[in-house]
Design a protein around this ligand. Structure first.
Ligand code: MLT
Length: 267
C-alpha cells in the first residue's frame, strides 16, 4: 500500500510511475487546497449544493454556468483571492450557506485548486481533502491501496498549509495500522509532511489544537495572502477539524464534484 505526498501538482505529472496504468486503476488522488478551494467545496456540498463543477478559466466558468438553468446555478470563484466581477460568490467558505447554495449547482473557478484537481483527472478516484472533512476522508482512504495526496500550492510554490493537511492525513492513516492489512509505504514527502504536522500539534490539548492550527496557517503563504486582503476569518473556518462528514468526489467524465457520504457517517 503506497501513500505518497506531492507538495505540488506538477510533481504528479513529473513522476509517471506514480500514475502508472496499474496504479491509476486502483489509485486514489486527494487534492488539497485548504486555503481555500477544497475547504469551500466541502462547505458548499455540506450546505446542500447538488454538485460543484470546477473550471480552469473565468470564460469556461461563465460558459458552463450559461449552459445551466439560471435559477439552478451559482457562479463562484476568485482571482488573486478576490471575487470575480459578475460572479455570484467569491471563494470564501463563509459565503456557501444553505440559503444561497442548497439545491444549486455551483460552477467554480479558483487560481490553483481547480487546476490541481483537473491535473489529477487520470486517477481512478479523485477526492477533496481539508481539515473540515479530515476524519471522513481518512475513513474512506483507510480501505484504499494506492493513495496520492496532491497539494495545490500557490502559483507553483509549495504552501505549508496544504502540507499540514497532507501530514495530518498521513499521521491518521499510519498511527494505528490495522493488524490485518500491510502497513503503508510512504515517500519522503509523506514523512516530511507528517513531521510538519506533528511539530504543530504535538503536546496540544484538544482545546489548544484549533488555536495552534490557526496560528500555523496564518503564518503560511496562503494565510498571509488572505490576511493581506482582509479575509483572515476564512483561516479560522478552514481550521475547524471535522466540521463536515462528507467527502467530495470528482468525476472527470461528468466534470462534477459530488458528496460521497463517509462510511459510518451521516452526510
Ligand atoms: C486557489 O485555488 O488558488 C485558492 O483557493 C485561492 C484562494 O482561495 O484565494
Amino acid at each position: 500500500m503506497q501513500l505518497r505526498v506531492h507538495y505540488l501538482p506538477e510533481s504528479v505529472a513529473a513522476e509517471p510511475e506514480s500514475l502508472a496504468t496499474d496504479q491509476v486503476e486502483h489509485g486514489t488522488a486527494v487534492v488539497i487546497d485548504v486555503l481555500r478551494a477544497t475547504t469551500t467545496i466541502v462547505h458548499a456540498l455540506g450546505a446542500g449544493a447538488r454538485a460543484v463543477i470546477p473550471c480552469l478559466t473565468i470564460e469556461d466558468a461563465r460558459a458552463a454556468a450559461g449552459a445551466l438553468p439560471s435559477n439552478g446555478v451559482v457562479l463562484g470563484g476568485e482571482r488573486g483571492g478576490r471575487s470575480i466581477e459578475g460572479f455570484d460568490l467569491g471563494n470564501s467558505p463563509a459565503e456557501y450557506v444553505p440559503r444561497i447554495v442548497a439545491g444549486k449547482t455551483i460552477v467554480l473557478t479558483t487560481t490553483n485548486g481547480t487546476k490541481a484537481l483537473l491535473q489529477c483527472a487520470g486517477s481512478e478516484r479523485i477526492l477533496m481533502g481539508s481539515f473540515v472533512n479530515l476524519s471522513a476522508l481518512c475513513s474512506v482512504l483507510a480501505g484504499r491501496q494506492n493513495v496520492d495526496l496532491v497539494c495545490a500550492g500557490t502559483d507553483g510554490q509549495i504552501t505549508r498549509e496544504d502540507v499540514l493537511v497532507a501530514g495530518a492525513i498521513v499521521d491518521r492513516l499510519t498511527v494505528e495500522p490495522s493488524s490485518t492489512e500491510p502497513e503503508w509505504e510512504l515517500n519522503g514527502e509523506a514523512w516530511a509532511a507528517r513531521d510538519a504536522w506533528l511539530a504543530v500539534v504535538t503536546g496540544a490539548t484538544d482545546g489548544e489544537l484549533t488555536a495552534r492550527l490557526i496560528e500555523a496557517m496564518r503564518a503560511s503563504r496562503g494565510g498571509e495572502n488572505l490576511i493581506a486582503i482582509g479575509m483572515s476569518g476564512d483561516i479560522e473556518l478552514a481550521a475547524q477539524i471535522d466540521r463536515f462528514t462528507i467527502v467530495p468526489r470528482f468525476d472527470p467524465v461528468s466534470g462534477r464534484i459530488e458528496a460521497d457520504p463517509a462510511p459510518g457517517h451521516m452526510a
